[in-house]
Write a protein that binds this ligand. Sequence first.
Ligand code: GDP
Length: 198
Amino acid sequence: LFARPWAFQTSVTDMANLPEAAGTEIAFAGRSNVGKSTLINALTGRKGLARTSSTPGRTQMLNFFSAPETPLTFVDMPGYGYAQAPKDLVEAWTALVFSYLRGRPNLRRVFLLIDSRHGLKKNDLETMALLDKAAVVYQIVLTKADKIKPTQLARLEADTLVALKKRIAAHPEVISTSSEKQKGIDDLRAEIARFTSF
Ligand code: GDP
């Protein structure tokens, strides 16, 4: 599944241009700079596949990635949480993301990335509320685990699990990763592989 040559498929800014809903779709969401591009690149083994588009005010896009003859598509959702993001940009993000989440029949899971150093922030909780409302199962993936001590990581994992208990659509397991140290990448791959038939 992950040994194949993953490639960029398409970018969309509106629902009318979504690619056909074929196979299983998995999406990745998180605050800008959370390490989303780096994680997608680590999962697919393609260094330059997902690129950081961390420019406030930039067009909000859903980026689709796939591999030949693989019934699996990755969707890189636009990062959120710019400190100075104007209100209309936040609203555009919410509109695009919510209509995608609500209307995508083959979307099986959203991995919501959280920086291990920061934990759940207000805008992460807002995104979780949006996912609950759209009734899409989401799973927390802690990123940059190499940046904190193992004891701190263990506490964060435990605290995050407690926070998830109150959530409707949250998958009750957390995966800790470090793209830098290749930690948790195989665990995440195994979780993703469960959604496909091979
Ligand atoms: P994105 O905006 O969410 O796509 O974030 P990027 O993937 O561009 O990563 C943001 C920054 O975090 C970059 O400087 C990365 O090198 C760094 N980063 C990403 N993953 C890791 C990680 O696992 N460990 C460490 N230490 N840094 C990371």
